[in-house]
Design a protein around this ligand. Structure first.
Ligand code: UDP
Ligand code: MG
Length: 345
């Protein structure tokens, strides 16, 4: 039973050495306990980092045969980096975890045993959120609330720390959408699921790679790629405004016909103009959001390119004996298989 641990990394030079040490220890322990095979690996995905992340990954991979690196051609964002890793990594089950050691690495043992007990997807769920900043907590709560109202099925307090069996991974690969929101897609796969619970720690070092701008993009992607409720709200809103103005027209005509009190007022002219104008702009904005998504989906650009896999696959892994050739084939396959792209974050 071979597993692969997929770790997306964006400017993570401060944490990588420690993360790889702890993950490698975990792999050793699991191999010793005969839970997983000796061929199990850690796959670090360098998401176009600007710092020394890739050099560190190469160094680690040279020292430890359990470590491999996947270098994306540029920064494509957390979700695409994860997808690149999950699509490339080998193993009967793949576990995704952030590089910053916030998630409890020991939990992976529980995940593996749940998987051996028959679960295809094992979600890592946080018990409490007290290590988060108040801002992160409030935005996260708001996000889950909105997702709930919009009818999107997401596992609460679960980030992208999860185990997926080979069959779940292969099913995930069938989803070709560009506006990738893994947390929404994975519950759609079905299969037998299980949860493991853990306490989330502080980031080991460095700063969050999810500034507000990326968080908003992420939340908008989550909503607009899974729900048409905002469009429906517009329709309902439009109907109410129409009904209201129809009633007002009747009233105005009534005043005009049955009384002499029809004094033209500034407020009654100007305020509705602003009101209707505001609603219109808002509605056009929401429609525009969806239109933008459709635009990107129809272009179906590749979601990522793999620049390099390090170390290259050994020649006996592939039918051809030329390992450089193998790597080229691999990259070519990756280009062909993943034909769509997320909008720049
Ligand atoms: N990450 C990435 N690409 C990005 C942004 C983030 O691969 O464009 C990775 C990052 O290196 C980390 C994970 O995604 O492993 C989660 O990011 P972070 O811990 O900064 O997010 P937070 O925990 O603050 O939500
Ligand atoms: Mg983090």
């Amino acid at each position: 039973m071979e597993i692969g641990i997929v770790v997306p990394c964006f400017n993570e030079e401060e944490v990588l050495t420690e993360t790889s040490k702890r993950l490698a220890n975990l792999i050793d322990e699991l191999v010793k306990d005969k839970q997983i095979s000796e061929t199990s690996k850690i796959w670090f995905v360098d998401d176009g980092s600007k710092d020394k992340t890739w050099n560190i990954i190469e160094g680690l991979a040279l020292k430890n045969h359990h470590i491999k690196g996947i270098k994306l051609s540029r920064n494509r964002g957390h979700q695409n980096a994860l997808l690149a890793g999950l699509s490339t990594a080998e193993g009967d089950a793949l576990i995704s975890i952030d590089a910053d050691l916030q998630d409890d690495i020991q939990c992976i043992k529980e995940m593996v045993s749940e998987w051996k007990n028959g679960a295809d997807i094992v979600y890592g769920v946080r018990k409490k959120r007290e290590t988060d900043t108040a801002f992160k907590r409030i935005t996260a709560l708001g996000f889950y609330k909105i997702m709930g109202v919009m009818g999107v099925d997401v596992v609460h307090n679960h980030a992208d720390f999860r185990l997926m069996s080979r069959s779940a991974i292969e099913s995930l690969k069938e989803f070709k959408e560009v506006n990738l929101f893994l947390r929404g897609i994975i519950p759609l796969l079905g299969f037998k699921t299980a949860n493991v619970y853990y306490d989330r720690h502080e980031r080991f070092a460095g700063d969050s790679k999810y500034p507000l701008k990326k968080m908003i993009t992420f939340a908008l992607n989550g909503i607009t790629s899974f729900s048409v409720v905002p469009l429906r709200i517009i329709t309902v809103l439009g109907f109410f405004v129409f009904a209201l103005s129809a009633l007002m027209s009747i009233w105005v005509i009534g005043v005009k016909i049955f009384s002499d009190e029809a004094i033209p007022g500034w407020a009654s002219t100007v305020l509705p103009t602003y009101f209707i104008g505001g609603i219109q702009i808002l509605c056009i904005g929401v429609i525009g959001e969806y239109l933008g998504r459709i635009y990107n989906e129809t272009k179906a650009r590749p979601r990522y390119f793999i620049g390099q896999v390090f170390p290259e696959r050994r020649s006996n892994d592939q039918p051809s004996t030329d390992s450089a050739e193998n790597n080229k084939t691999l990259q070519h396959l990756d280009r062909r298989n993943h034909s769509s792209e997320i909008r720049d974050q």
